[in-house]
Design a protein around this ligand. Structure first.
Ligand code: TYD
Length: 289
């Protein structure tokens, strides 16, 4: 195990063990406050879930799995991503990821924030207001990690433009898929884009900041070791979302339906596991069939 991975695992344990810890650092008070207010008023309308982490950790796969799972429980889901969750956002994404022109760090931060503002106003807020579950592959934490820490910019500036961009719309739950540089590089299946080409040190600063953000907001973040199998990550997320939905389902789906569907889902999984064991298969093997 690398030192970074040990560090990540230790932080994860600490966070999972001590969910009541409140270690908001000075700089992040208002983002944290916005999250707190969402957590205190869960599901006044909808539920907002984000996936974060460095590149190559399997966020898009898990986003799709979660959508499938929540729909099987009766929720209406909107799956989206940043950058590029809207038509203008896709043009911004093209500039950000594939432009061969030099883009300054401040311009990069503002472009991500502009994409985010459009995304919040035209996709995320309307969906939440109509009681849907919104699952976004990346959101504000990506800018705090990649632009502020990765690019070594003034954190307060990046925070300020992003607070303006999100206007108080913060996720109820953020899954941080954590992985080290070597493993993440191995997983990338396409040619690296501008950000993915930024190198090992940029990657490490970004990864570390994601972990710091998670440590500051343990009620919102769940850190998951993304080097595990895809099925283990998926199951960890299902376990967590099941518990979260039991607390916050009002407005997304009738509580009675949710309980019934969750119970049916759990007993189906238990019998699948039992039959897998009886025939000497793991649940992952059974699933591949
Ligand atoms: P992503 O869509 O996750 O990449 P891919 O489609 O290749 O899996 O994200 C594109 C890149 O943009 C990624 O390297 C992270 C970066 N990014 C930022 O630097 N800041 C941000 O605020 C966001 C949302 C993404």
């Amino acid at each position: 195990m690398t030192a970074a991975k040990n560090n990540a695992a230790a932080k994860n344990n600490a966070i999972e063990k001590n969910n009541s810890a409140s270690a908001c650092s000075a700089g992040l008070t208002s983002v944290a406050a916005a999250t707190d207010s969402v957590m205190q008023n869960p599901c006044k309308a909808g539920l907002f879930i984000t996936f974060e982490g460095v590149d190559g950790t399997g966020k898009s796969t898990q986003t799709a799995y979660l959508k499938e799972y929540l729909e099987s429980l009766g929720a209406e889901c909107v799956i989206t991503r940043e950058p590029g969750g809207t038509a203008p956002g896709r043009q911004i994404r093209e500039i950000l990821l594939h432009s061969s022109d030099d883009i300054s760090d401040r311009a990069e931060a503002l472009l991500y924030a502009a994409d985010r503002a459009q995304h919040v106003d035209r996709v995320i807020k309307p969906a939440l207001e109509s009681g849907k579950v919104v699952i976004s592959d990346r959101y504000i934490d990506s800018s705090l990690a990649y632009q502020a820490a990765g690019r070594v910019m003034r954190t307060d500036g990046v925070k300020m433009i992003n607070e303006f961009a999100v206007g108080g719309t913060m996720p109820n739950r953020t899954y941080l898929l954590d992985m080290d540089y070597a493993a993440s590089k191995q997983r990338l299946e396409h040619e690296p884009d501008r950000l993915e080409s930024a190198g090992a040190e940029f990657f490490e600063r970004t990864r570390k900041e994601f972990l710091n953000l998670a440590e500051r907001e343990p009620d919102r973040f769940v850190i998951i070791d993304a080097s595990q199998s895809v099925e283990s990550v998926r199951n960890r997320i299902r376990e967590d979302i099941g518990a979260l939905l039991c607390k916050t389902s009002a407005g997304i789906m009738p509580a009675g339906n949710l309980q019934t569907n969750l119970q049916a889902e759990m007993s189906a999984e238990t019998s699948a596991e039992k039959s897998g064991k009886m025939s000497g298969k793991t649940s992952a093997q059974s699933e591949q069939k």
